[in-house]
Design a protein around this ligand. Structure first.
Ligand SMILES: NCCCCC[C@@H](C[SeH])C(=O)O
Ligand SMILES: [Zn+2]
Ligand SMILES: [Zn+2]
Length: 307
């Protein structure tokens, strides 16, 4: 239903409206949790999806839109929510997922930045916090988490796109997510952060070249996901630990979640590989989202079997 709605990019206002409508239309499966607010005081709403069963002992976290210009990411979070609601009790994998884990979805982690890309600068990446002693605004929320904070791969210059912020969790958006995950760390078993572009399935560490203790297990998972995407959608996704596969990137949400104890932690870079980059046309939304959905299912079902 409303298929064409999910094949378009939406303004921040439309996304807030959609969150509210989804909650109203599916109150049996959906709860809205306010986890905090952005630096410009916009609400950070998490959609909690639950199967119609009683309490489950596991949960997964999915965030999109940490980087403002990566519009395909919030489009995927919306696609994922619609698919989960529509195919629960129809599709076996989705039914197994929702019967065994609650799913927390933060559709737009950086609403101020997302709004800014619609009104002012389509290529903006950071949030919109005011940096004292600088005329440049914003910090890179994916360099602001407490994981080797502000080492190589981040900048301490407020004018740079990878500015790490004043200190770890200096940004309200980072604080809100970190606080929520700390208070749910006993149930959240899987962390997924959605970005674009370059078609990669990444896992810790990006903040250093160290190998994660369960590196082999994580590697096999993204290898299987990449293989299936290639087989079903004829598209190529690279995969591996972040530092080696893309670049050194300290202060990232996935590394921090991993160190918190969420041993299944991933960052997806969705379509494409540079032809359109961040300006991926809406006609590419269905395939990009189906590729990410396939990878998410493979990983989620593995986590259910192994936790
Ligand atoms: N947590 C770092 C994962 C690897 C880098 C991901 C990209 C997404 Se645009 C970045 O934050 O630069
Ligand atoms: Zn990104
Ligand atoms: Zn990216």
């Amino acid at each position: 239903s409303g298929g064409v709605f999910y094949e378009r990019y939406h303004s921040l206002e439309d996304i807030y409206y959609w969150i509210n409508k989804t909650n109203q239309d599916h109150s049996d499966m959906v709860k809205i949790i306010l986890i905090g607010s952005s630096s410009e005081k916009r609400p950070l709403y998490v959609i909690k999806l639950s199967g119609r069963r009683d309490e489950v002992k596991r949960a997964m976290w999915l965030d999109c839109g940490i980087h403002a210009r990566e519009w395909i990411a919030p489009a995927f979070c919306m696609w994922f929510v619609k698919y989960a609601i529509e195919f629960y009790n129809q599709n076996t994998e989705i039914t197994e997922m929702l019967n065994n884990m609650d799913i927390y979805v933060l559709t737009v982690m950086n609403p101020d930045g997302y709004k800014y890309t619609w009104t002012t600068d389509r290529m903006w990446r950071k949030n919109r916090s005011v940096n004292k002693d600088s005329e440049c605004a914003g910090a890179d929320l994916n360099r602001n988490f407490d994981a080797n904070w502000c080492t190589t791969g981040a900048s301490s210059n407020p004018c740079d796109p990878t500015y790490c912020g004043q200190f770890p969790e200096s940004e309200p958006e980072t604080q809100a997510v970190a606080q929520f995950l700390r208070s749910h760390k006993d149930t959240v078993k899987l962390y997924l952060s959605i970005h674009s572009y370059s078609q990669m399935l990444l896992f810790p560490y990006s903040c250093s070249y160290d190998e994660a203790p369960n590196h082999n297990e994580l590697f096999e998972l993204v290898k299987e996901a990449s293989t299936k995407i290639r087989r079903y959608y004829r598209n190529i996704y690279k995969y591996g630990p972040g530092a080696k596969t893309i670049y050194l990137a300290p202060g990232g949400s996935d590394d921090w979640a991993y160190n918190l104890g969420i041993k299944y932690s991933f960052t997806f870079e969705l379509q494409d590989r540079g032809r359109y980059g961040f300006l991926l046309p809406p006609s590419f939304i269905p395939q990009a989202c189906n590729e990410a959905l396939l990878a998410s299912k493979i990983i989620a079902l593995h986590v259910i079997k192994n936790t």
